[in-house]
Design a protein around this ligand. Structure first.
Ligand code: K1U
Length: 177
């Protein structure tokens, strides 16, 4: 198994971030398995809680979710990085909550975004098992944020009041005591 690579992260404005990513059809190929390892290593190095393949310049439907407790979401679960291949949100609750988001592809911006509280997602594991399961709270938020990125949508498009977008420094000063 090759050492994982830390990949370059596409920044807002790169055309690949505005495209709909394609389904993975060759999950067992070494190129896909290595890409999953590289995405996990890149996510860890960037200190994020999620990443989507288009963010590393690959237009395929792969996301990694790696929730952990943090100052804004102290009750968030601590997860081993979980790769979801061809994820589909098959149900999402009408009840929503607003929470702060950031994005590795939109550096130095934080803003509140309204998302469903609860969802059901179907995906393939990296071994090819079909999983259908439910998530709530911060993990549900990360999944919606990452699935949006597979459809070419970055979180600033979900912000309803542009005056609420903060720089990282102001976010830390105002929101994190
Ligand atoms: O670019 C990304 O998709 C990663 C993004 C995911 C995300 C953050 C917050 C809400 C939903 C989805 C990040 O991880 S940016 C880093 C960040 O905001 C963060 C890091 C640790 C804990 C909490 C947030």
């Amino acid at each position: 198994m090759p050492e994982p690579n830390i990949l370059r992260i596409a920044q807002q404005g790169e055309p690949i971030l505005a495209q709909r990513a394609a389904n993975v059809t060759n999950l067992h190929d070494a190129t896909i398995q290595n890409l999953i390892d590289d995405m996990q290593a890149t996510l860890l190095a960037a200190n994020g809680v999620g990443i989507a393949a288009p963010q590393v310049f690959i237009s395929l439907r792969i996301i990694i979710i790696a929730s952990r407790p943090n100052p804004r979401y102290p009750d968030a679960p601590l997860m081993e990085p979980l790769a979801m291949i061809n994820p589909e949100i098959c149900w999402q609750s009408p009840d929503t909550c607003t929470g702060w988001e950031g994005c590795l592809s939109v550096p130095d911006a934080r803003a509140p975004v309204s998302r469903s509280n609860h969802l059901r997602v179907r995906y393939l594991t990296r071994k090819g098992e079909i999983i259908e399961t439910e998530y709530v709270g911060f993990v549900a938020r990360i999944i919606q944020h990452e699935c949006d990125q597979l459809d070419g949508v970055l979180f600033p498009e979900r912000v309803t009041d542009a005056t609420e977008i903060l720089s990282e420094a102001m976010f830390q000063k105002i929101m994190i005591k």
